[in-house]
Write a protein that binds this ligand. Sequence first.
Ligand SMILES: Nc1nc2c(c(=O)[nH]1)N[C@H]1C(S)=C(S)[C@@H](COP(=O)(O)OP(=O)(O)OC[C@H]3O[C@@H](n4cnc5c(N)ncnc54)[C@H](O)[C@@H]3O)O[C@H]1N2
Ligand code: MOO
Length: 402
Amino acid sequence: MMLDYHDALRQLLASLQPVSDTIPLPLDKASGHVLAADLPALYDTPQFDNSAMDGYAVADPEGNSTRFTLAGRIAAGESPELTLQAGQAARIFTGAPVPAGATAVVPQEDVQTEGDTLILAQPARAGAHIRRRAEEYAAGGTLLNQGTLLDPAAVALAASQGHAALPVLRPLRVAVFSSGNELREPGTDLAPRQIYDANRYQMLAWLAGMPVEVVLSGCLPDDAAITRERLQAASTQADVILTSGGVSVGEEDHVRAALADIGQLDVWKLAIKPGKPFAWGSAGQARVFMLPGNPVATFVAFFMLVAPALRKLQGLPQPEPLAVQAVSGFERLKREPRREFLRAVAQAGPDGRWHVSALQGQGSAMLSACVQANVLAEITPDTPVAVGDPVTIYPLPGKGWF
Ligand SMILES: Nc1nc2c(c(=O)[nH]1)N[C@H]1C(S)=C(S)[C@@H](COP(=O)(O)OP(=O)(O)OC[C@H]3O[C@@H](n4cnc5c(N)ncnc54)[C@H](O)[C@@H]3O)O[C@H]1N2
Ligand code: MOO
């Protein structure tokens, strides 16, 4: 009995332990990595009461004045000597420290000036447009929690508190192999019946968006002894070994057999389409993921299984692919016993829901639909789909959403 996708993903993720080694990375290299320890708030944020607007700081303790006498000017970066007395105002700019005595800031669009007199249409609300010291963070607290993905917002927050380097989980070391005697390197000549190696470059492209270090990359020949040797050598250098091809049932499919010889094969074959012969296991300390050779099977298996596994190994708290509910704009009468992931296009409808249409060219050798698709649409086993039926979609990266 082949495992269902959802059971397989659960089982796979449960079997993986995130890396634990920590390295420091400078801020400009930290994006996409996972924070390995809580990061302290070093300063109050903001550090001082400051203006949220270009305008005027006013001292109106009673909250009923509309006329003030201008008594000074404060720009960002300056330390005001000034203390405003009731009835006084100071010209002020966004980010500049609010002088002692000020009760509010009034944006410049809302005032008139006559010589040294500032005139408001109505009294300012107490505290208006003043960003208070420590209103966001107090020094000594936690700025970012361990396990946070260092996205642009988190990097900016760390920088805003003066952290120049961040402790992150060390990048995974990954080895990437395609396999097959028919494969040639792009840029070289093709002999008859040879094809170019698309899958190794596909896998490298998936990895390019992740905080990993590719330590080995190559093409394995259809040769049992060489495949064993290369995988064995990779297992001493890599945390993760990815292979594509040679995992099905043909006599020239040596990769799975090689893993069984040098390590351990945990699972082979899932009830998914495409991607059925997907397998995983381990060799020494290395986790091994074997992707089927058909390029679309590699695509689906990488996105739906390998990428979540890598996210788990990298310490991310929610490694599963994002699932979104949509409405089918297509009909599919076929009953397929494997759970299918169709290449599809989702668009927001006027009803505020996502509407999804399946692309032409669903063959597992047809990469063109992967290029056009912005989602994979999940078809439940043995279940026909009618227009208007609910469908789960998985947004693909690099298609304009993330
Ligand atoms: N008798 C059976 N045959 C096949 C079965 C099966 O259950 N019984 N499963 C089919 C399915 S489903 C898939 S998917 C493929 C996967 O097979 P392999 O992982 O062993 O892959 P290969 O046989 O090596 O190659 C399949 C196909 O993909 C092309 N390929 C391989 N690597 C690359 C690459 N790096 N770049 C571009 N194209 C690649 C290869 O030339 C073949 O055309 O098995 C089915 N067969
Ligand atoms: O699983 Mo295969 O991927 O159907 O082509």
